[in-house]
Design a protein around this ligand. Structure first.
Ligand SMILES: [Zn+2]
Ligand SMILES: [Zn+2]
Length: 116
């Protein structure tokens, strides 16, 4: 997903940066490696309370998943392995989720809450 895995994707830190598989759990970790859906994350953004694996990190986690999906889709279209019309369904066939839609829904719910 990024060329530089030695820099934290969120905060730009360069110390203690781990490799994170954007789509993780189940058999997804392997797919993340296969499709290079990887980013570097510092300890805080990775394992901290509001890091992607943390209790309060749901939004960050989903953001990375949706960005991984968009990057994968763009890459496939660019390499002419798919078309803009078909590429989303291909992702869903592999990952069983549309993370872009899930992230947008999460953001809409958050906005509604803030406006209440
Ligand atoms: Zn960080
Ligand atoms: Zn991770």
């Amino acid at each position: 997903m990024t060329d530089n895995l030695n820099v934290c994707y969120f905060c730009g830190a360069t110390e203690n940066v781990d490799l994170h598989h954007c789509v993780h759990g189940k058999d997804w970790r392997k797919l993340s490696t296969q499709y290079h859906l990887l980013v570097g994350l510092c300890t805080q953004c990775h394992r901290g309370k509001d890091g992607v694996h943390g209790k309060f990190g749901q939004e960050k986690d989903l953001l990375l998943k949706s960005e991984a999906q968009l990057a994968w889709e763009a890459r496939r279209v660019k390499r002419k392995k798919s078309t803009p019309e078909n590429v989303r369904q291909e992702w869903i066939d592999i990952f069983q989720h549309n993370f872009v839609a899930e992230y947008n829904e999460l953001m809409e719910r958050k906005e509604q809450k803030e406006n209440e």
